[in-house]
Design a protein around this ligand. Structure first.
Ligand code: UDP
Ligand code: GLC
Ligand code: MN
Length: 351
């Protein structure tokens, strides 16, 4: 005979069920117009689940997301909604940001049409939660964290909003009348919610809810002081976690080490989740264990060959000389400033 679960466990289960019911009308929402961003969405969804969110998970996808990827998204998310891709086609402003690919981020605006939810938190597919962030639902539209490049603008990688067809139509009208000053959704949203910087401090999320890797090196002492409390990491910028290779045997990230050096600890956490949880789901869908061998390096020989670069012995630099070189963009990426050394340093700050 099966034993009854103890009373306290029962009430815990009941409590969780009640919470789920209560929050059926609130969701975390993300967006993926292609398979690469879908990988990010999967890691984000899993990170939210691992931290026991009590809210629904929804993902907007574009028609280019392939069938096996859609199938895995369906396993992770409560709702997978196919939407039309909106593209600003504004090459001039996007070139200014060196991101010609970001015109399609206007597709994000579709999130306002999810009117079966009363309140949502949008999160970019290149974000990952490091703890439970359900308290974000206590905030009102439009709450967001400052953008690290221009802190009087909010960054549109994480924001709280209320779905509404009226707001959606107003946003579209705003797009056609004013355009986006950056060519992407962030320009539109900052133009539309244009009193964010000054009107209501409760709508300013702490930076810890959208810690972009870019900020880490621009103010290292602050990162050292506060980085350990980060709740959401945002891999903002051209190189995304899925742009790297990962060696599953030694659990190390390979690729353009120079850019990875800005957020090695977080990057490893992303890859750990991706390789342990998401890759098996994708491989199962594809019915091929080696489906992902091009992405995850599990052959040590291949992984290490990239690092076998010989360089002549030079006298060691003083720490001031190293700092100067670093600031001039001449870091010694294969030596003192190697990915591994920086990673150790950041890890020791975070501990
Ligand atoms: N996105 C997408 N497909 C693209 C580009 C962007 O689905 O080709 C979505 C995705 O959710 C992504 C968000 O739009 O996280 C914003 O783009 P990105 O994160 O690349 O911009 P960044 O934060 O680096 O400025
Ligand atoms: C930003 C945001 C991103 C947005 C992009 C385009 O850097 O991080 O979420 O899509 O700008 O506006
Ligand atoms: Mn982003």
């Amino acid at each position: 005979m099966r034993r009854k679960p103890p009373r306290s466990a029962m009430s815990h289960v009941l409590q969780n069920l009640l919470l789920k019911r209560r929050y059926n009308d609130q969701a975390f929402v993300t967006l993926a117009t292609n398979d690469n961003y879908a990988k990010g969405a999967m890691v984000l969804g899993k990170s939210l689940q691992n931290h026991k969110t009590s809210r629904k998970l929804a993902v907007l996808i574009g028609p280019h997301v392939s069938e096996p990827f859609r199938a895995v998204l369906h396993k992770i998310f409560d709702e997978v909604r196919l939407v039309d891709v909106l593209d600003s086609g504004d090459t001039a402003n996007l070139t200014l940001m060196k991101r010609p690919d970001l015109g399609v981020t206007l597709t994000k605006l579709h999130c306002w049409t999810l009117t079966h939810y009363s309140k949502c938190v949008f999160m970019d597919a290149d974000t990952m939660v490091l703890s439970n962030v359900d308290e974000l639902f206590d905030r009102e539209e439009l709450s967001a964290a400052p953008d690290p490049g221009w802190p009087d603008c909010f960054n549109s990688g994480v924001f709280v909003f209320r779905p509404s067809n009226e707001t959606y139509n107003k946003l579209l009208r705003y797009c056609s009348e004013h355009g986006s000053f950056d060519g992407g959704d962030q320009g539109i949203l900052n133009g539309f919610f244009n009193n964010w910087a000054t009107a209501d401090i409760s709508k300013h999320l702490p930076f810890l809810y959208n810690l972009s890797s870019i900020a880490i090196y621009s103010y290292l002492p602050a990162f050292k002081q506060y980085g350990g409390n980060a709740k959401v990491v945002h891999f903002l910028g051209k190189t995304k976690p899925w742009s790297y290779m990962y060696d599953t045997r030694v659990k190390q990230v390979k690729g353009n080490i120079q850019e990875a050096a800005t957020h090695p600890g977080f990057l490893l956490r992303w890859w750990d989740l991706f390789s342990r949880v998401v890759v098996p789901m994708l491989s199962e869908q594809h019915g091929d264990r080696h489906f992902f061998s091009g992405c995850v390096v599990d052959d040590l020989e291949v992984g290490m060959s990239q690092l076998h670069v010989s360089h002549p012995e030079l006298p060691p630099l003083s720490s001031e000389e190293r700092k100067q070189r670093w600031e001039q963009g001449q870091a010694d990426y294969l030596g003192m400033d190697s990915f591994e050394n920086i990673q150790k340093k950041l890890d020791s700050f975070l501990k």
